[in-house]
Design a protein around this ligand. Structure first.
Ligand code: UD1
Ligand code: CA
Length: 452
């Protein structure tokens, strides 16, 4: 198999987005659109990937990191000029070069592979990925000869009345014989409505030189959507959301209302898990099998074991074990770890804390900077007093301890194994194991106090 290279065009400002954020960095299902493009190309196992950066170069490079190499297009003179910037990196290599725009986040690895396969089968020097659009406005139009051969592409702004009616569009994705590409780019001029060097002109030039060019028409126009403004961004979001949801449903996940569920493309979800409406799953979240993720839960960069339920809760940068119940209305803040058979109930906030297996914090508590052992019961309204105004301090609650309702545990403090803290206590000293701590004013009854 000969080498495959890829060039991703990502130097434009994206004026039509009317945004301070560079176009290709606008997220689709939580991930910058150019990163979707790069990830799809990486799945093809391309030998080299070069991203052309210009506007926001630093931010784009920071976002993509070492997923790509970079070439700078200091001035944006058009897509052909953009590709030319990869010359120093690629021009001397034999192989096939795929070019994809950074603003077409839905084009799948499968479609890119089909394009490459068609390119090789037809032994063309250049192959363009086309699609049939109901409304081709804004896209380049594919002009074919009477025998069906592709002749050239005409940009929307350069079309005449007849050409404007053509529904076959240029998706902005191509493959080229690498050496032929760089040789032909030199011949592209900017004699057009936008005074730009157009990449698709390479096809027309090759054709006029008698070289073989071809087109692969994908049946799925939705995949080829180019995001130039926020209206298209919302369409891309919807399309991506559906693709991701369908992948999980095919893998055995029940998604009650895919339209109202947002799942990142990195997320993994096990079989027979049920995702209820309004759920937002972000980042590299991993959810096990047979879980129920209840309405309006927001889970970010976290792992959830098997047979666990998370209802109407927020979970960030945390790990939840198996057969554990979270919520409704719980908030797990970063660095929280819950073991197996744990319960964190309503209006409980947990931060940077670990709860061992079979422990419960069922209602109205704040647990911060705390290590909780196994089989601990933390009563309703308990607060770990972790902050003295300057520093954070640790609380330790050892196995089988029982914390009565409405206790304040003033850190640093340790509650020993099997110890009991009486309800309403404000604990400021360590409690030894097997002891009872009562730290509250003794009740006094004044009989007959109320005179009738
Ligand atoms: C381009 C195609 C059009 C196609 C459409 C598909 C050209 C001339 N036109 O139009 O035929 O139907 O995509 O979505 O190629 N870019 C650079 N440097 C530049 C100019 C653009 O890096 O100098 C990048 C942009 O950041 C963007 C991509 O190239 O990611 C496409 O540019 P854009 O201006 O969006 O082209 P379209 O008008 O959409
Ligand atoms: Ca575009």
């Amino acid at each position: 198999m000969e080498n495959t290279y890829a060039i991703v065009l990502a130097a434009g400002q994206g004026t039509r987005m009317k945004s301070d954020l560079y176009k290709v960095l606008h997220p689709v299902c939580g991930k910058p659109m150019v990163e979707h493009v790069i990830d799809h190309i990486r799945d093809l196992q391309a030998d080299r990937i070069v991203t052309i950066v210009g506007h926001g170069a630093e931010m784009v490079e920071q976002t993509l990191g070492d997923k790509s190499e970079y070439a700078l297009q200091a001035e944006q003179l058009g897509t052909a000029h953009a590709v030319q910037q990869a010359e120093a990196v690629l021009a001397d290599l034999d192989g096939t070069t795929l070019v994809v725009c950074g603003d077409t986040p839905l084009i799948s690895t499968e479609t890119m592979a089909a394009l490459l396969a068609h390119h090789h089968e037809t032994e063309a020097k250049a192959t363009i990925l086309t699609a049939i659009a109901d409304d081709p406005t804004g896209y380049g139009r594919i002009i074919r000869a009477e025998n069906g051969d592709v002749v050239r592409n005409v940009e929307h702004k350069d079309t005449n009345d007849g050409e404007r009616l053509v529904k076959e569009i240029n998706t902005g994705t191509y493959c080229f014989d690498n050496r032929v590409l760089f040789d032909t780019l030199k011949k592209v001029n900017n004699d057009n409505a936008q005074d730009e060097y157009y990449l698709p002109d390479v096809l027309g030039i090759l054709k006029s030189e008698g070289q073989r060019i071809s087109a692969y028409t994908t049946p799925d126009f939705h995949e080829t959507l180019g995001v130039n403004d926020r209206v298209a961004l919302a369409k891309a979001e919807k399309g991506m959301r559906q693709l991701i949801a369908e992948k999980h449903m095919r893998n055995g996940v029940t998604i009650i209302s895919p339209e109202q569920t947002v799942i990142s493309s990195e997320a993994e979800i096990g079989r027979d898990t049920i995702i209820q409406p309004g759920v937002l799953i972000e980042g590299a979240t991993k959810i096990g099998s047979q879980c129920v993720i209840g309405p309006n839960s927001h889970i970010q960069n976290s792992t959830v074991g098997d047979h666990t339920t998370v209802h109407s809760s927020v979970v960030r940068d945390s790990a939840i074990g198996n057969e554990t119940a979270v919520g409704p209305f719980a908030h797990l803040r970063p660095e929280t770890q819950l073991g197996d058979h744990v319960k964190v109930g309503n209006f409980v906030e947990v931060k940077k804390s670990r709860l061992g297996d079979d422990s419960k914090v069922s209602h109205l508590s704040y647990i911060g900077d705390t290590e909780i052992g196994k089989n601990v019961n933390v009563g309703c309204g308990t607060i770990t007093v972790n902050y003295d105004g300057k520093n954070k301090h640790k609380t330790e609650i050892e196995d089988y301890a029982f914390i009565g309702c409405n206790a304040n545990l003033v850190a640093p403090v340790t509650i020993g194994k099997n110890a009991i803290v009486a309800a309403g206590s404000t604990v400021t000293k360590n409690v030894p194991e097997n002891s009872l701590a009562i730290a509250r004013v003794r009740q006094e009854n004044k009989e007959g106090y109320v005179k009738n």
